[in-house]
Design a protein. Structure first.
Length: 91
């Protein structure tokens, strides 16, 4: 009946962020999945404001998201913008 509890991977972001990262592969629509990934990274940026530059960009937040995922986000069409050269759209 209850979800198994474990310590959050990131204490600043909390357990709910872990649940969001775990839920991402279950989103079937690619555009929605990308928007959700940007939302996740945006929450990481809010929790780790010292990682964010004055323009709102954060390579560290994206790297952290990829480290937190127990899967390969690339398999679900999510790519690190700092690897691909795309703009950081997570806010």
């Amino acid at each position: 009946m209850f979800l198994p509890q474990r310590k959050p991977k990131d204490y600043d972001c909390g357990y709910n962020l872990d649940l969001m990262v775990d839920a991402l592969p279950r989103i079937h629509d690619q555009e929605e999945r990308l928007a959700y990934a940007n939302r996740i990274v945006g929450l990481i940026k809010q929790s780790h404001i010292n990682w964010v530059d004055p323009n709102g960009n954060s390579k560290e937040a994206w790297d952290h998201f990829f480290e937190m995922a127990d899967y390969r986000p690339e398999d679900y069409g999510i790519y690190n913008p700092y690897v691909t050269g795309d703009p950081d759209e997570a806010r």
